[in-house]
Design a protein around this ligand. Sequence first.
Ligand SMILES: Nc1nc2c(c(=O)[nH]1)N[C@@H](CN(C=O)c1ccc(C(=O)N[C@@H](CCC(=O)O)C(=O)O)cc1)CN2
Length: 291
Amino acid sequence: MTARIIDGNALSAQVRGEIAGRAAALTARGVQPCLAVILVGGDPASAVYVRNKVAGCEKAGIRSLRFDYPESATQDEVMARLAELNADPAVHGILVQLPLPKHLDETAVLEAIDIKKDVDGFHAENVGRLSQGREAFIPCTPHGVMKMLESTGTPVQGAEAVVIGRSNIVGKPMAMLLTNAGATVTVCHSKTKDLAFHTRRADILVAAIGKPRFVTGDMVKPGATVIDVGINRLQDGPDAGKLCGDVDFESAKAVAGAITPVPGGVGPMTITMLLENTVISAERAARACGK
Ligand SMILES: Nc1nc2c(c(=O)[nH]1)N[C@@H](CN(C=O)c1ccc(C(=O)N[C@@H](CCC(=O)O)C(=O)O)cc1)CN2
């Protein structure tokens, strides 16, 4: 068997077309969706992601505001900017690119974002609402994964789903979304004993551990849908400098029913769902002011 490749770029292009239509309709009613992006420090990968977010906004007809701070930025400076953006009715979405420099209090920064503008869905109140299955901003990467599962027709209800990784950004919200959708979910992590025992039972396997090519074909159930959230740059060997995921694509592809590549899989969907969350926030704001 060789797996169907789930093309994140193609799905993104389709969904971004729909988002652009909704943004245009809002703009015609006098409410142009607007996303504010805060980047602190000089992490090269973060700079690429922020650039792609801003470019994605522009293409979709979403206004963007970008605030770059040096590595030495203080907590007070970032908090003051967030207060200003929270109070600005023309701003519908606010995000702080992660990771932040170590001297900043990430939790305090994320909690300072108005939950109505928290398009990353990282505020504790949005996390709590998601865990209760209530309306909430859904973190972009796991939301993108759910869209990818839907696009492939992968049945989620009643499926055995295994999530490897328990981060606040991906693993935990991913497990909540799959649970809310009716899957039986197992969350595995660095302390899990006999990881392969769990992964081999998974109809849906989501890898988000940050270890290059960690999940190999012998750990995959035949016919499973494998979603690779990892983005690792290989340091040495013949592929040095190349990007790869947490899944060993070649061996897993031979066993899985469907699989996401890296690059071109989940990554593009992360930015797409951010654009969608921004438009959702603007739609809510427009409704609230009768437009
Ligand atoms: N505030 C946030 N910070 C971070 C998030 C997030 O959702 N919100 N997620 C990640 C980084 N991230 C978005 O910010 C992100 C990662 C990867 C991609 C992507 O499109 N990857 C491409 C490859 C890009 C490359 O060449 O390096 C792919 O997989 O095809 C988009 C967004 C951590 N921080």
